[in-house]
Design a protein around this ligand. Structure first.
Ligand code: SF4
Length: 495
């Protein structure tokens, strides 16, 4: 059985998107390293973004991410510098330094958002090129951003799914045989992959600390989120309202309200480009921390228990990433928020004392089953509407699924593996309009005319304006026009 490391899924990262911001950043860093290792001393760099990256890349800061990666931005050392500022600096310099050489790179011309219909191996594909003075390609690499910050291509090699699959059924069987629980299975797997126990503990502590930090910062930061929606942050006010409520006014048990508030705090941090943990992605990063924090407080759990629960959550996320996809651009939001809800449900069930086979698997399945078919239709290509509230809903759904799994007895008709297989099938059949392209659903209806959302359901929505994806405010103040059927004018043109 080939089970990847749980730390390939759970990673400290930055918003707003693991597939559109983190993945392209890592790809750019890799290309930079390859250029340096091959001894190139100069030339011009060019980046082509295809598929979903071309359609929603600006809202997701993909251009800033590749500029940061190519310029050698260090996530730890330069943590205080937001990506848009790095982009502005690269734009002003018109070049980046790699090794001892200087390479021309003007982001407005050299990052190409190519939304033309092109057969792609993956909807999040990007290509880096090094050109000589005549425009001939000296060196090039193509990458795929797989979701959750994972990348294939270049030094990263093949995608995990290309390396083999595993089933939860097989893992549960092994747990039974070896008399270990799911957290024990993951620890043993990490050991087998070469990670010492102390290193596993240290990484889990870092992840949990980062999750808690994203909740705290979400509650203490006020203001408006970046982007044309000018969405006010809600988490601080929500938390205050919860503190002020007296028992008689509470429509829901306090834990559910808290779970919503925690999830929104993290999702808003993510939308602002803040530090979050991919669980499994940035867009869905609020769900797992919210559920774990609620249970930590309600049950007075020590960190060690939360660490175990993180391993269980990570395993569930890996099962989806390996056997289906966690990329909204590939399978819609069922793969992101749906998976996050399943991860959180499994972790919660584990913490509530659920046994591996009958209950933890059931909790994950119950949560995922009800997110099957969930579309990805982010308004203006930002990770804000519907993403932020969706995190809150998924956290509450996860607690519900965990509770149901613990309470219900009897046999299950559907296993988690079956739900994952259904997710993959539905993802394959889903219209590209609903796969992180901002061409359908809420993204189209909310578009450039906010009043459109008030239209009667009987209206011919085809006549409603669709969002001007390329008219998002750009740092250089330009606003490009967009045609009404989904592709930017002159797709493939440099912008
Ligand atoms: S709708 Fe879901 S998949 Fe799409 S960007 Fe938002 S969180 Fe990610």
């Amino acid at each position: 059985m080939n089970v990847p490391s749980v730390f390939s899924l759970l990673k400290v990262g930055f918003g707003p998107s693991s597939s559109h911001t983190m993945g392209p950043f890592f790809a750019a860093r890799d290309f930079r390293d390859l250029v340096a290792s091959r001894g190139f001393a100069g030339g011009r760099l060019r980046v082509v973004l295809w598929g979903s990256l071309a359609l929603t890349g600006r809202g997701h800061l993909t251009d800033a991410a590749v500029a940061a990666g190519l310029s050698g931005h260090d996530l730890d050392r330069d943590a205080a510098t937001p990506l848009p500022e790095v982009l502005a600096a690269v734009r002003a310099a018109g070049e980046v330094g790699i090794g001892g050489g200087r390479f021309a790179f003007r982001p407005d011309e050299d990052i190409v958002f190519d939304a033309s219909n092109r057969e792609l191996l993956h909807p999040n594909t990007l290509r880096f090129e090094l050109l000589d003075a005549e425009g001939h390609v000296l060196f090039a690499e193509e990458y795929r951003s797989l979701g959750g910050g994972a990348v294939a291509g270049g030094s990263f090699g093949a995608a995990p799914a290309e390396k083999g699959h595993f089933t939860m059924a097989a893992i549960l069987g092994e747990c039974r045989e070896r008399r270990i629980d799911l957290a024990g299975f993951v620890r043993a797997n990490e050991r087998q992959l070469g990670l010492a126990d102390a290193e596993v503990e240290a990484r889990l502590a870092t992840l949990w600390e980062a999750m808690r930090g994203s909740i705290s910062r979400g509650f203490s930061t006020r203001g408006v989120l970046p982007g044309p929606l000018a969405l006010a942050r809600r988490a601080p006010g929500l938390y205050e309202a919860l503190q002020e409520q007296d028992g008689t006014k509470k429509p829901l048990p306090g834990e559910l309200d808290l779970a919503s508030a925690y999830a929104i705090a993290v999702a808003e941090e993510n939308a602002a480009g803040g530090r979050v943990v991919t669980a499994p992605t940035c867009g869905s990063a609020g769900v797992v921390p919210a559920v774990l924090r609620v249970l930590e407080e309600a049950l007075a759990l020590p960190d060690e228990r939360i660490h175990d629960a993180l391993l269980v959550a990570g395993l569930i996320g890996l099962a989806v990433a390996t056997n289906a996809s966690i990329a909204g651009a590939e399978v819609g939001c069922q793969g992101e928020v749906g998976t996050a809800s399943a991860m959180a449900a499994a972790a919660a069930c584990y913490l509530l004392g659920g046994d591996a086979e009958a209950q933890v698997d059931r909790a994950a399945e119950t949560a995922l089953e009800h997110y099957l078919g969930l579309t990805c239709d982010p308004v203006y290509g930002l990770v804000q509407i519907p993403c932020i509230e969706r995190n809150a809903a998924a956290a509450v759904a996860a607690l519900h699924a965990a509770s149901l799994a613990v309470l219900c007895r009897g046999e299950d008709r559907i296993s988690f593996d079956t739900a994952v297989a259904a997710l993959a099938e539905i993802g394959r059949d889903m219209s590209p309009k609903y796969k992180e392209t901002a061409l359908g659903g809420l993204a189209r209806l909310l578009g450039t005319n906010p009043g459109a959302r008030l239209a009667s359901p009987d209206d011919d929505t085809a006549t409603l304006p669709r969002p001007a994806i390329s008219s998002l405010a750009q740092p250089n103040g330009r606003r490009d026009e967009i045609e009404n059927h989904g592709h930017e004018k002159g797709s493939g043109d440099r912008v």
